[in-house]
Design a protein around this ligand. Structure first.
Ligand code: HEC
Length: 121
């Protein structure tokens, strides 16, 4: 009976599994964020680095009250999945003279981090 329900294709279970599939990378990204980013960043407060809520789609270097490097402020970048990936891979290659001393070399880790950042609406 339980099996019948699971295989039945009702919208409830299907929607649940879609939500679960989406949340796994978000959770992986959140764990990575705690380990790799939270020493300098927080979601809702400026710290050594700027706050991150709403970063996807924002112009680089524009969080109010954060003292950015002149290089990042002048970069005219917009944070998309592509620019975030390039930034996390090698910030200095993307914006020479920037001020973030951290790189994420593993493409899967960057992907998970970006999914997490994108979830911070
Ligand atoms: C050692 C401290 C440090 C760590 C660790 C760090 N950051 Fe940063 N981050 C900074 C600083 C400082 C800046 C501002 C750089 C500038 O002004 O040039 C920054 C800027 C950024 C920006 C640009 C934000 C904006 O408003 O334009 C993003 C995105 C970002 N960091 C993501 C991350 C992520 C994701 C991680 C974890 C993998 C991380 N950072 C780890 C210090 C850090």
């Amino acid at each position: 009976m339980t099996q019948g329900l699971c295989a039945g294709g009702a919208s409830g279970p299907a929607a649940q599994s879609a939500a679960a599939a989406q949340s796994v990378p978000v959770l992986r990204g959140q764990t990575l964020y705690q380990a790799r980013c939270s020493g300098c960043h927080a979601v809702d407060a400026n710290d050594i680095g700027p706050l991150h809520r709403g970063v996807l789609g924002r112009r680089a270097g524009t969080v109010p009250g954060f003292d950015y490097s002149p290089a990042l402020r002048a970069s005219r970048l917009v944070w998309t999945r592509q620019t975030l990936d390039a930034w996390l891979r090698d910030p200095e290659a993307l914006v020479p003279g920037q001020g973030m001393d951290e790189q994420v070399l593993d493409p899967q880790e960057r992907q998970d981090l970006i999914v997490y950042l994108a979830s911070l609406l």
